[in-house]
Write a protein that binds this ligand. Structure first.
Ligand SMILES: [Zn+2]
Length: 147
């Protein structure tokens, strides 16, 4: 368990986490740390008003322990624009979010590299690649073969 996770679990145990609302990919949570911070889930992304400028502060981790990670929350009510597929279903031309990434356009079909899929994508004119597990859920924006 990381320090951040231990701190998050302590917040839960001490009753410092209050879920104001949660569901349908949106959550509103208040966490009392040094001060009271507002933790929110929207568009698959968690944000926190605390000064820690990190991807996942203890307040966000505490909120996800109750509400589930953003991607899971989105699975509850997938819209046509944001449905989930397994990474193994990705093809060249698909537009998708990998983890918390912005919308990425796949350049090639993903390539299996030992147990991982290497996904080549283009974003803002730059080409790059990322590794995902074939069984990972990926949020699809546009499916190439559905056009
Ligand atoms: Zn925070």
């Amino acid at each position: 368990m990381t320090d951040v996770e231990a701190k998050a679990r302590a917040y839960l145990g001490e009753g410092r986490v209050r879920v104001v609302s949660s569901g349908g990919g949106i959550a509103d949570v208040l966490v009392r740390g040094t001060a009271v911070y507002a933790v929110q889930l929207s568009g698959g992304r968690w944000t926190c008003t605390c000064p820690a400028r990190v991807e996942r502060c203890a307040h966000i981790v505490a909120a996800t322990l109750i509400c589930g990670p953003g991607d899971f929350a989105l699975v509850e009510r997938p819209s046509d624009e944001q449905r989930m597929v397994k990474a193994s279903d990705l093809r060249a031309g698909d537009v998708c979010h990998i983890g918390r990434s912005p919308a990425l356009t796949l350049i090639y079909d993903p390539v299996l590299v030992s147990d991982y899929l290497r996904v080549y994508y283009r974003h803002n004119g730059t080409e790059d690649s990322a590794y995902v597990k074939p069984t990972d859920d990926v949020r699809i924006v546009t499916k190439a073969d559905a056009r």
